[in-house]
Design a protein around this ligand. Structure first.
Ligand code: ZN
Length: 134
C-alpha cells in the first residue's frame, strides 16, 4: 500500500450531504461523478492529501442502497492506493485476503479499483485503487 487515498461514506442524499460536509470541513467538494456500472453518484472532498468520497445510490440494486438498508448511513470503505493494482490483487489473494474482484474495474476519480471482502479484514471493506495515467 502507498497511502490511505480516500474514505468512502454512504449517504442517502448527496446534495444534502455535500452541504453538510462543506460545513464540517470548511471547503466544498471539488467534483461530482456518476459511476453507472456501480449504481452510484459520488462527490469528492480533499483535505490534507486524503479524500472523502460521498456515495449515493442511483438505483435500489446499488451496493450503496443495500448497505444503507442494512446498516444506515456511515463509513462504507477505506481506499488504499497501490502502485500496481493487478499485482496487488494477486499478491493479497496469495496472502489469504478475499478479493471481490479478480480483475480491476473502473471506479470514480480516474481510478482502477478492486475490493476486499470485509470478512477477511476485520469487518472493513477495503478498496485498492490505482490512478489511471491519462
Ligand atoms: Zn472509493
Amino acid at each position: 500500500m502507498e497511502k490511505l487515498e480516500h474514505i468512502g461514506i454512504a449517504v442517502k442524499n448527496l446534495d444534502e450531504s455535500n452541504q453538510l460536509f462543506a460545513k464540517l470541513l470548511g471547503k466544498t467538494h471539488y467534483k461530482i461523478e456518476e459511476v453507472a456500472s456501480e449504481g452510484v453518484r459520488t462527490s469528492f472532498f480533499e483535505l490534507g492529501g486524503v479524500k472523502i468520497e460521498l456515495l449515493e445510490a442511483t438505483n435500489e440494486n446499488s451496493p450503496i442502497a443495500k448497505f444503507i438498508e442494512k446498516r444506515g448511513e456511515g463509513i462504507h470503505h477505506l481506499a488504499f492506493e497501490v502502485a500496481d493494482i493487478k499485482r496487488s490483487i494477486q499478491a493479497y489473494s496469495e496472502k489469504g485476503f478475499l478479493l471481490l474482484n479478480d480483475q480491476p474495474k473502473v471506479g470514480a476519480d480516474n481510478k482502477q479499483i478492486a475490493f476486499m471482502h470485509p470478512k477477511s479484514t476485520n469487518g472493513v471493506l477495503v478498496e485498492l485503487c490505482q490512478e489511471v495515467k491519462s
